[in-house]
Design a protein around this ligand. Structure first.
Ligand code: HEC
Ligand code: HEC
Ligand code: HEC
Ligand code: HEC
Ligand code: HEC
Ligand code: HEC
Length: 504
C-alpha cells in the first residue's frame, strides 16, 4: 500500500496505443524527469482535429491491478483519461470510457478520491471539489499515520507517549481502519453535516457514512463489490463474529509473495479450523484452501471490485455473476443500523440508483426524502438532500417544486454546481434568460471544467447575438475539454458566420 501513489516520474510507465472508437493515439513519455500525456487524432477531418499534451504530476495505483495519472490545470486536478490494466498488461481508456468517441479530459480528482490513495490529503477550495490552493496531497502512498493515526506525540516524546493500540480498539473502530478505504458498497451516503475525509484512525466509520447494497446481494445471487460485504455473507464471519477481521488473514504491513502465499493463508484458516487434525485429513492433495473456498474468477481489472471472492463457502462459483440492478437496498453491517437516518440516508442511496436509471428507486427516493425534509423542519443546511429532491422533482416534470429545492440547496451551498446548473435550465425553460445566464456564469467561472454550464452559456450568448462572448466562453471550455464536439461545432459555426449566431 506504500506504493499506492507517488510522483509521475517515480511511477513512469510508457504508453503508446491508438484507441479505436475515438481514433486517438495516446502516448505517455518521459523527458528529463517530466512525464507527459500526448494525444493526437492522426487521420481526423478538420472538425475533429486534436493534438496536444498535458504534464502528468502523480500516478495512482501500484500497477498490480492498474495505474492512472493525475494532472493539473490552473489549480484544478484531473485524472488522465487512460488506464493501465495490470492483469492484461495493456493500456486502454479509463474503465467508464472504453467506447467513448471523444477524449474525456475533465475527470475531477477530489479529496474523496485521494483519501484512499494518498496521505496528508489537502482540503479543496470551496468553489470546486477538485480545486486546490497548492498540491492536493503531502505524501504519496499510505503512510503509517493512515492506519496508526497521528504519531507526532509518540515521536516527540522519544517514544514515551504510546502509539494507539489498534488491536485494543472496540471492534467497529478497529474494523473501520481498513474499511475506511476498502468499503464502497453499491451506494455510499455521507451522513448529514459530515465529511468522510475527516475520518481518523480510532473513529467509527459509520459515524461518517452509510454503505448500501441491494438486499438480494446478501442472499445467494450476485457478487459483492467489496471484501467486507462478501465476508459478512460467510459462515466464518457470521459464526466467529468480532473475532474475525481483515487482519485475521492479512498482514497490514505487507502481503506475502507468490511462493509464500499458499502456506501463509492456509495457516490463517487453520487458526480456527484445525480441530481434530482437520487440516491433515481434509484434502491433503491440495494445500491451497482458498483455491476451493475463495473463488478467483479469471482476470478482473476493474479497480474497485474484489478479485478474490471473500464470500468463503463450501462450493464456490468460478463465473462472475452480474450485480443486481433493481430491488430494495440494505445497509451494510449491523454497526450502522441504529445510527443512520432511515429516511434521509436511505433516500439519498435510492437517489444514486435512480441516477443510474433505476426508476423504481427514484420513486422510493422521493417518498423518503420528502419525509426526511419534513421531519428535519425543512433541513435548511442539507444541500445534498435539496439537490437530490430537486433532481427527482425535475425528472417528474415538477418544474416549480424542483426550482424551490435547488434554491434551498444554493442557500446551503452557493457553489453547488448541480443545483445551480439545473436551476438555470429551469429558468431558461421559463424564458428567464437573465437569471439563467447569471447562474451558468457563476458555475463556469468557478469551475471551467463544467462543460454543461459552459455550453449552455455559449448557446444563450449566441442566441442573443453576442458572438464574441460566445466564442470566449467556448474557447475557455475547449482549454479544459479540447475534444468536446458540441463546443467545437458551435465555435466553427459562429466563425463561419452561420445563421443564429452570426447575424447581428
Ligand atoms: C473508498 C476508497 C477509494 C476511493 C474513494 C477510490 N479508490 Fe481507487 N482503490 C481503492 C482500493 C482499496 C483499491 C485496491 C483495490 C483492491 O484490490 O481491492 C483501489 C484501486 C485503484 C486502482 C488500481 C490500483 C492497483 O494497481 O491496484 C486505481 C488506478 C484507482 N484505484 C484509482 C482511483 C481514482 C482515480 C479514484 C478517484 C477518482 C479512486 N481510485 C477512488 C480505494 C479507493
Ligand atoms: C494498512 C494499515 C497499516 C499501516 C499502513 C501501518 N500499520 Fe502498523 N499496524 C497495523 C495494525 C492493524 C496493527 C495491529 C497488529 C496487527 O493486527 O497486525 C499494526 C501494528 C504495528 C506495530 C506493533 C507491532 C506489530 O507488528 O504487531 C508497529 C510497531 C507498527 N504497526 C508500526 C508501523 C509503522 C512504523 C508503519 C509505517 C511504516 C505502519 N505500522 C503502517 C496497521 C498498519
Ligand atoms: C488510506 C487507505 C487505506 C487503508 C486505511 C487501508 N488500505 Fe489496504 N489498500 C489501499 C489501496 C489504495 C490499495 C491498493 C494499492 C495499490 O495497489 O495501488 C490497498 C491494497 C490492499 C491489499 C492488496 C495487496 C497489497 O498488499 O497491496 C490488501 C490485502 C489490503 N490493502 C489490506 C488492508 C488492511 C487489512 C487494512 C487495515 C489494516 C487496510 N488495507 C487499510 C488503501 C488502504
Ligand atoms: C476466525 C476464525 C476463522 C477463520 C480464520 C476462518 N474460519 Fe472458516 N469458519 C469459522 C467458523 C466459526 C465457521 C462455522 C463453523 C460451524 O458453524 O460449524 C466456519 C465455516 C467455514 C466453512 C463452511 C462454510 C459453510 O457455508 O458451511 C468453510 C468452507 C470455511 N469456514 C473455510 C475457511 C477457509 C478456507 C478459511 C481461510 C481462508 C477460513 N475458513 C478461515 C471460523 C473461521
Ligand atoms: C479468511 C481470510 C481473509 C479475510 C478475513 C480477509 N481476506 Fe482479503 N484476501 C484473502 C485471500 C486469501 C486473498 C488472496 C490473496 C492472494 O491471492 O495472494 C485476499 C485478497 C485481498 C485483497 C487483494 C485483492 C483481491 O481481491 O484479491 C484485498 C484488497 C483484500 N484481500 C482486502 C481485505 C479486506 C479489506 C478485508 C477485511 C474486510 C479482508 N481482505 C479480509 C483472505 C482474507
Ligand atoms: C480441493 C478443494 C478443497 C481444498 C483444497 C480445501 N477444501 Fe474445504 N471443502 C471442500 C469441499 C468440496 C467441501 C464441502 C464438502 C462437504 O460438504 O463434505 C469442503 C468443506 C469444508 C469445510 C466445512 C466442513 C463441514 O464439515 O461442513 C471447512 C471448514 C473447510 N472445507 C475448510 C477448509 C480449509 C481450512 C482448507 C485448507 C486447510 C480447505 N478446506 C481446503 C473442498 C476443499
Amino acid at each position: 500500500m506504500a506504493r499506492a501513489s507517488g510522483t509521475a516520474a517515480e511511477g513512469f510507465l510508457p504508453a503508446d496505443f491508438t484507441h479505436e472508437a475515438s481514433g486517438i493515439h495516446y502516448k505517455v513519455t518521459e523527458d528529463g524527469g517530466r512525464v507527459w500525456l500526448e494525444y493526437e487524432r492522426p487521420e481526423a477531418t478538420a472538425s475533429r482535429e486534436l493534438a496536444g499534451r498535458v504534464q502528468l504530476e502523480y500516478y495512482v495505483g501500484s500497477g498490480l491491478r492498474g495505474r492512472t495519472y493525475l494532472f493539473e490545470r490552473e489549480g484544478y486536478w484531473f485524472e488522465a483519461p487512460i488506464n493501465w490494466y495490470g492483469k492484461k498488461r495493456v493500456w486502454d481508456m479509463a474503465p467508464n470510457f472504453l467506447p467513448a468517441r471523444e477524449m474525456p479530459l475533465t475527470l475531477p480528482v477530489d479529496p474523496g478520491c485521494l483519501r484512499c490513495h494518498a496521505s496528508e490529503v489537502a482540503e479543496s477550495l470551496p468553489d470546486a471539489r477538485n480545486h486546490y490552493a497548492g498540491e492536493p496531497f503531502g505524501a504519496g502512498g499510505i503512510t503509517c499515520a493512515g492506519c496508526h493515526g497521528d504519531g507526532t506525540a509518540h515521536v516527540n516524546s522519544g517514544g514515551k507517549a504510546r502509539m494507539m493500540n489498534l488491536d485494543a480498539l472496540e471492534p467497529v473502530r478497529r474494523d473501520s481502519i481498513c474499511l475506511n478505504c476498502h468499503l464502497e458498497g453499491e451506494a455510499a451516503v455521507i451522513r448529514a453535516g459530515k465529511r468522510v475525509e475527516e475520518f481518523r484512525p480510532g473513529d467509527d466509520l459509520f459515524d461518517y457514512a452509510v454503505f448500501f447494497v441491494r438486499k438480494s446481494e446478501k442472499g445467494s445471487a450476485g457478487r459483492a463489490t467489496s471484501q467486507w460485504e462478501a465476508l459478512l455473507k460467510s459462515r466464518c464471519k457470521q459464526s466467529a463474529g468480532d473475532r474475525m477481521t481483515c487482519t485475521t488473514c492479512h498482514d497490514p504491513h505487507g502481503s506475502p509473495g507468490p511462493e509464500e502465499r499458499v502456506a501463509f493463508y492456509r495457516a490463517k484458516c487453520l487458526q480456527c479450523h484445525d480441530t481434530q487434525g482437520f487440516g491433515e485429513q481434509h484434502h491433503p492433495e491440495n494445500q491451497d484452501c482458498t483455491a476451493c473456498h475463495m473463488a478467483r474468477p479469471p482476470s478482473n481489472d476493474i479497480a474497485h471490485e474484489q478479485v478474490t471472492d471473500h464470500w468463503i463457502r463450501k462450493q464456490v462459483s468460478e463465473t462472475r455473476l452480474p450485480l443486481a440492478t433493481t430491488g430494495p437496498l440494505a445497509a451494510v453491517g449491523a454497526a450502522a443500523v441504529d445510527k443512520w437516518d432511515q429516511d434521509r440516508d436511505l433516500g439519498l442511496a435510492y437517489a444514486q440508483m435512480a441516477a443510474r436509471g433505476d426508476q423504481a428507486a427514484g420513486r422510493r427516493a422521493m417518498t423518503l426524502l420528502e419525509k426526511a425534509e419534513k421531519e428535519a423542519g425543512g433541513a435548511a443546511g442539507d444541500y445534498e438532500l435539496h439537490t437530490q429532491l430537486g433532481f427527482l422533482e425535475q425528472m417528474d416534470g415538477e418544474a416549480s417544486a424542483a426550482a424551490a429545492e435547488y434554491r434551498q440547496a444554493l442557500t446551503a451551498d452557493p457553489y453547488d454546481a448541480l443545483a445551480a446548473g439545473d436551476l438555470a435550465v429551469l429558468d431558461a425553460g421559463n424564458h428567464d434568460y437573465g437569471e439563467a445566464v447569471r447562474l451558468w456564469q457563476g458555475v463556469f467561472a468557478h469551475d471551467p471544467a463544467q462543460r454543461g454550464a459552459g455550453m449552455n452559456l455559449a448557446v444563450v450568448e449566441c442566441a442573443e447575438g453576442e458572438r464574441t462572448a460566445a466564442l470566449e466562453t467556448l474557447g475557455r471550455l475547449l482549454e479544459f475539454a479540447p475534444d468536446d464536439g458540441q463546443a467545437r461545432a458551435l465555435a466553427g459555426k459562429i466563425r463561419a458566420g452561420g445563421r443564429g449566431c452570426g447575424g447581428k
